[in-house]
Design a protein around this ligand. Structure first.
Ligand SMILES: NC(=O)c1ccc[n+]([C@@H]2O[C@H](COP(=O)([O-])OP(=O)(O)OC[C@H]3O[C@@H](n4cnc5c(N)ncnc54)[C@H](OP(=O)(O)O)[C@@H]3O)[C@@H](O)[C@H]2O)c1
Length: 344
């Protein structure tokens, strides 16, 4: 990032915002160049910035003056107001919520996949860009090397999503439910539609209007179509989102239908060509991806690569991603850095 750019991190008290601060600190961005924002609820609180701490300011339209880049790690309804306010204040804005993912005027960017769309040679309307969700970003990174090597018709996904996908309130709910259940008390669900402690809930977020798909699942299809459209070949990405009783990290089963199937060794070799992936695939030695292994790993882990001889075009894989860090915060910071290099 340019040395003189000041970065605003909005949602700094949240699951993603805290990871954004950790990523900026890890990249040696001095505390004087970072400002932390939240709602009126967290106004005046302190958040950790490495050895230092930052005071959380209330995010008001006026508060963004003087910032070069604003990273929004806020709920969609807040981003809808805050993004135009930050843009009007002259900042480049990256939003990680779902607020703008369906808006063709707002570039959808996954750094490491189509980050070039933020380069100085590209023009786009306004100063706001948005990011895909954590599941889409991981699935796209797994599918892309297979698309390049074999062509991909579709990928059926089952995403087992840790409760941090619902932010600090999701984490607190599983903590409380686990303690209640271990003490023989039946907990009341508040954040999730059912008890998630010692359970699996096949609903993440609300259902789309007049649709059997949840907004989370519909988002994968829409976002992947937008990202792949520039490649001229759009694999259909669809599946089921399941809320599972783990805290951080998502596990993903993918069934990928290849256009021209190849042996499993070639599939594994194709995955290894991607810098975004780490292939962990030695099942005999019990080596495969697991959410507990991805904490703060900037790579998406992939393994358990299999195919049936009777249906060689279908390849089955398992992947894991750190949803808050790789799936959100690192993308915010990487996109912010690309934007900071653009001419004002
Ligand atoms: N968690 C994930 O795995 C993940 C992955 C990809 C994308 N996302 C997206 O990232 C965004 C943040 O998610 P999260 O999990 O970090 O949620 P979270 O833990 O609930 O944090 C939300 C943050 O937004 C702030 N906020 C809420 N309303 C605000 C407002 N009106 N003005 C300013 N700040 C406001 C909150 O501040 P207060 O403390 O003041 O309430 C808090 O810092 C969401 O859009 C989510 O969909 C999350």
């Amino acid at each position: 990032m340019k040395d003189d750019v000041t970065i605003g991190v909005v949602g700094a008290t949240g699951v993603v915002g805290r990871e954004v601060l950790a990523a900026l600190y890890a990249q040696d961005v001095p505390a004087e160049r970072v400002r932390a924002f939240g709602s009126e609820r967290s106004n005046g609180l302190e958040v950790e910035y490495g050895e230092d701490s930052l005071e959380v300011e209330r995010a008001t339209p006026d508060a963004f003056r003087g910032l070069g880049v604003v990273l929004l790690a806020t709920p969609a309804e807040a981003s809808r107001t805050l993004a135009p306010a930050a843009q009007a204040a002259g900042a480049w804005v990256v939003d990680v919520s779902s607020a703008f993912r369906g808006d063709g005027n707002v570039p959808l960017v996954l750094p490491g996949f189509n980050g070039e769309a933020l380069g100085a040679g590209f023009t786009f309307k306004g100063r706001v860009v948005c990011l895909p969700g954590a599941v889409t970003s991981a699935v796209v990174q797994v599918v892309e090397p297979l698309r390049r090597a074999f062509g991909v018709v579709r990928a059926q996904v089952t995403a087992m999503m840790g409760v941090s996908s619902a932010g600090v309130r999701g984490v607190a709910e599983l903590e409380k439910q686990t303690a209640d259940l271990l003490s023989g008390r039946e907990p009341e669900p508040h954040v999730f539609p059912h008890r998630v402690g010692f359970n699996l809930v096949p609903q993440v977020g609300g259902f789309m209007v007049n649709s059997p798909w949840t907004e989370e699942e519909g988002g994968w299809t829409l976002e992947a179509a937008r990202l792949f459209s520039a490649r001229g070949e759009v694999p259909v990405i669809a599946g089921t989102a399941v809320q599972v009783p783990s805290f951080y990290g998502h596990g993903l089963t993918l069934n990928v239908q290849l256009k021209k199937p190849g042996p499993v060794e070639q599939v594994r070799a194709a995955l290894k060509t991607s810098q975004a992936l780490k292939v962990l695939d030695a099942p005999g030695e019990r080596i495969y991806p697991m959410p507990m292994l991805v904490t703060s790993d900037p790579a998406v882990h992939v393994g358990r690569v299999r195919a049936f001889p009777q249906a060689p075009e279908w390849v089955t894989l398992f992947a894991a991603v750190d949803n808050a860090s790789r799936g959100a915060a690192l993308n915010l910071v990487e996109a912010g850095m690309l934007l900071a290099k653009r001419p004002a």
